[in-house]
Write a protein that binds this ligand. Structure first.
Ligand SMILES: NC(=O)c1ccc[n+]([C@@H]2O[C@H](COP(=O)([O-])OP(=O)(O)OC[C@H]3O[C@@H](n4cnc5c(N)ncnc54)[C@H](O)[C@@H]3O)[C@@H](O)[C@H]2O)c1
Length: 364
């Protein structure tokens, strides 16, 4: 019987502790330790899973066959490089690195040392996205929204690298094309990096994508709409559901001219639209655990030498696109004048409050 894959997790905070929990229960894996700069956090996770806890990753280098890195993004490059230099396969959380230059270094190190490098773009394992990829849709226009309340984490990066990066990766995978031009704007709401961002991307193959991300939104939404010559798709990543719409065969052949319908059909057009003229299907909604799927694929690829769904090169492309978006955000002029306010922090002076503050809050 072959030996189990000895693995460790570096950074066992909000997400890393879930990596560790799942790995500890995966067949074919032996979790040999966890490391976290916050030793209490490392010990709590280590104790729960019955594995040694370390306050830094150094001792793990000689103990593991493979590892997961789930530290804050700005530390990915430095920590991942130490593992890759030793030829240790890695699953690095998304985004691969904070800059395209750092991402490049990791991709090259992985190549040079023959180490598998997978990146945690977990939405690739969302059943709604998997269904979408199976359909012969050639997207010509894409709209993506990823909105939610601020978690208080990932303050080392802005919303583009934190949230929008998910959709950038998905859109790059769907279009299979490169981006010709980027126009973007973004605002800081909490005083740090940009918390709201919108980007319009024009691809070499003619596709246009409009991507919005916010971590200052009262409700959570993760959706993508796609239009192509074959029809329309809407993915709800939160509900893991895909809605598809296509013209019926009669509409594909003859179009739909209300003037040519008999009076009865014309009167019922609105009611019949999604029964007769446009075909509608909703697929998915399964409660698949995406993190388990991602980790299972990583372990299988390490074992069999396969290619993961999200390679270092894929993730590097998403970081490079994010960097172009951030550049455009920095240079966006809010008043249309080059010497006027510009970028995520320098906005025109507010004209006033949008509504009166409730009296009780003022009193408090
Ligand atoms: N795939 C996803 O959907 C998803 C979701 C959330 C976070 N993430 C990514 O996961 C990473 C971690 O995010 P999080 O939300 O878990 O953050 P977190 O702050 O909850 O956890 C990070 C942990 O890393 C530890 N740490 C810091 N420096 C370290 C070091 N030098 N060595 C070891 N440990 C160190 C911290 O103490 C903390 O416990 C980020 O890159 C983030 O973008 C991905």
């Amino acid at each position: 019987m072959s030996r189990r894959l000895r693995m460790a997790v570096v950074g066992v905070g909000h997400l890393g502790k879930e990596h560790a929990r799942i790995l500890a229960g995966l067949p074919g894996v032996e979790l040999v330790g966890v490391a976290d700069a916050n030793i209490e956090q490392a010990q709590a996770v280590g104790q729960r899973l019955g594995v040694p806890a370390f306050h830094e990753f150094g001792p793990l280098l000689s103990l593991v066959d493979a590892a997961c890195i789930a530290t804050p993004t700005t530390l990915h490059a430095e920590i991942a490089a130490e593992f890759l230099r030793r030829g240790i396969p890695l699953l690095v959380e998304k985004p691969l690195a904070a800059t395209a230059t750092d991402a490049d270094v990791l991709v090259h190190l992985a190549q040079r040392h023959g180490a598998l490098l997978q990146v945690g773009h977990i939405e690739r394992f969302n059943p709604a996205f998997e269904e979408l990829q199976r359909r012969p849709l050639q997207p010509r226009w894409i709209r993506a929204q990823r909105l939610g309340p601020f978690s208080g984490r990932s303050t080392d990066i802005g919303v583009v690298l934190d949230l929008m990066i998910h959709d950038l990766d998905l859109i790059l995978a769907l279009t299979g094309s490169t981006v010709r031009s980027v126009t973007a704007l973004g605002m800081s709401v909490f005083g740090g990096r940009e918390d709201i961002a919108n980007a319009r991307l024009h691809f070499e193959n003619g596709c246009v994508a409009d991507v919005t991300a916010s971590r200052a939104h009262p409700t959570s939404q993760r959706t993508m709409q796609l239009w192509g010559p074959e029809g329309y798709a809407e993915a709800d990543f939160g509900a893991r559901k895909l809605t598809l719409l296509q013209p019926s065969e009669a509409v594909r052949r003859n179009g739909l001219n209300p003037a040519q319908l008999d009076p009865d059909s014309r009167a019922r057009l609105r009611d019949d639209l999604f029964r007769r003229h446009l075909e509608l299907a909703t697929i998915g909604g399964e409660a698949q655990d995406q993190l388990t799927c991602e980790l299972t694929e990583f372990v299988a690829c390490v074992g069999a030498g396969g290619q993961p769904r999200v390679t270092g090169a894929d993730a590097r492309a998403a970081v490079a696109l994010a960097e172009r978006i951030l550049f455009s955000i920095e240079h966006h002029c809010w008043t249309g004048q080059a010497d006027g306010p510009k970028g995520p922090h320098d906005l025109p002076a507010p004209a006033g409050l949008l509504f009166d503050q409730p009296a009780e809050r003022e009193a408090a």
